[in-house]
Design a protein around this ligand. Structure first.
Ligand SMILES: C[S@@+](CC[C@H](N)C(=O)[O-])C[C@H]1O[C@@H](n2cnc3c(N)ncnc32)[C@H](O)[C@@H]1O
Length: 238
């Protein structure tokens, strides 16, 4: 019988870790991987330079987006101060980032963001909230857009006694149910999904407490490219 942890305790866990500058099993303070920087560098010149980072954590993706020339709206339920403090250490970055303290599921996406990032966070929302949120983002899309999502599916999370832990209201997608949701939401977009097995171990005991199949999604809106520009849908420049 799984043990249920409350959403409030999950939110407090991250708020405390971020306030105290601690890393977590997800290595919140690690820099973004090179493949994400390569993806940013490959975006077409005409993409709107506005980005949304959902569940920014310690802000690694927010900072990478701002350094790539985006103005960024960074949303997390955790207090804004740790990210504001981190941004103040970079010349000129703070003015390009708006930090919003909010639940993602209560943040209305009404803007044509060129890039939306949601890394290691959507699995905490209900399936309904994930799908409403992404559908809203698709509906607000007017131009060349990229959505970059890393979402855990088929999660197994155990305590020291091997008892399964569930988090109140979490999506609990399987790879199949998440794939079906993507098909429904991103109709007409170019979607690629990379699947890999992800595990996290306790630093001291080396016990594996988290296992999941991670989906890394890049969804690019097909858009008629202006003459002379390379389109994200793979068409050659005119
Ligand atoms: C695993 S961390 C990911 C951080 C960051 N995206 C990264 O990969 O470096 C999850 C983050 O999502 C936030 N979070 C979890 N559920 C949330 C919700 N419903 N609304 C807003 N933020 C949430 C947590 O506060 C935490 O900062």
């Amino acid at each position: 019988m799984p043990v249920q942890h409350s959403k409030a305790s999950l939110h407090a866990f991250y708020a405390d870790a971020l306030r105290n500058g601690q890393s977590t099993g997800e290595k919140l303070r690690a820099p973004v991987p090179a493949r994400f920087l390569t993806l940013l560098a490959s975006l077409p010149a005409d993409i709107p330079r506005r980005a949304l980072d959902l569940g920014y954590g310690a802000g690694a993706y927010t900072i990478a987006l701002a350094e790539a020339g985006f103005t960024v709206v960074a949303v997390d339920q955790a207090p804004a101060e740790p990210l504001l403090h981190r941004l103040s250490e970079y010349e000129d970055l703070a003015e390009r980032v708006t930090v919003v303290e909010s639940l993602i599921e209560q943040y209305p996406i009404r803007e044509d963001f060129g890039a939306i990032v949601a890394k290691d966070v959507l699995h905490y929302l209900s399936q309904h909230d994930v799908e409403v949120l992404l559908a809203q983002a698709v509906q607000s899309s007017r131009s060349v857009n990229l959505h970059y999502l890393e979402v855990f599916t088929a999660i197994s999370r155990t305590d020291a006694h091997g008892v399964q832990i569930h988090i109140e209201g979490e999506a609990r997608y399987t790879p199949e149910s998440f794939s079906r949701a993507l098909e429904r939401i991103y109709e007409g977009w170019d979607v690629t999904v990379r699947w890999d097995n992800h595990t996290e171990q306790d630093a001291r005991s080396r016990r594996t407490y988290f296992e999941a199949t991670r989906a890394t999604v890049t969804a690019a809106r097909r858009c008629p490219a202006p003459v002379g520009s390379a389109a994200m849908n793979g068409r050659k420049a005119a």
